[in-house]
Design a protein around this ligand. Structure first.
Ligand code: IMP
Length: 179
């Protein structure tokens, strides 16, 4: 275990098993609806989760990535700047957004709004983690890997100062590292 990790919250095995379940659920739901989602990962945190979950989605999907930064303005609901946009138009598309974690929910809400404004037909969200206690805007992911308590976590895409994204598990960061 990495020395900055207090404890492992979700193991690699648990993540992979959950990706199998979520992939099957997503496959079933989209097949029922007669749709194939355009799978959009939010950089950089979604990369390991996206790479795992797409192996378990049995549909002829396309994948793409967006990179957004949020403005910490004076208003409680922030705005976002798109640093890397999608490769093609989303007009009329069903989008499946892939996120590492839903925390306050601000990022997802803004990305969802942006995609709908650009003409997406439908936006659903799959997130590896969910911290429901921290939510400040009204948004829920349709598919959630694990609900976790309000602790700062790293690994499987999640960073602290851009590091530890490559850990193969979700770990709680030791308080002494950031306090
Ligand atoms: P939100 O807009 O507050 O929901 O922020 C979501 C983003 O905050 C995630 O995509 C992460 O990049 C970051 N974040 C939130 N909680 C954590 C955490 O516990 N560890 C690492 N990054 C986090």
């Amino acid at each position: 275990m990495n020395e900055v990790v207090e404890k492992v919250l979700v193991s690699q095995e648990e993540i992979i098993n959950r990706c199998v379940e979520l992939g099957a659920q997503i496959t079933e739901d989209y097949k029922k609806a007669g749709e194939v989602p355009y799978v959009v990962g939010l950089l950089k945190g979604s990369v390991p989760f996206l790479a795992e979950i797409i192996k378990h989605i049995d549909l002829d999907i396309q994948i793409d990535f967006m990179d957004v930064s949020s403005y910490e303005g004076t208003k409680s609901v922030g705005d976002i700047r798109i640093d890397k946009d999608l490769d093609c138009s989303v007009q009329g598309m069903s989008i499946l957004l892939v996120e590492d974690i839903v925390d306050t929910g601000r990022t997802l809400k803004e990305v969802e709004r942006t995609l709908l404004n650009k003409g997406a037909k439908d936006v659903k969200v799959v997130s590896l983690l969910d911290k429901p206690d921290r939510r400040v805007v009204d948004i829920e992911a349709e598919y959630v890997g694990f609900k976790i308590p309000n602790e700062f976590v790293i690994g499987y895409g999640l960073d602290y100062n851009q590091k530890y994204r490559n850990l193969p598990y979700i770990g709680v960061l030791k308080r002494e590292i950031y306090e």
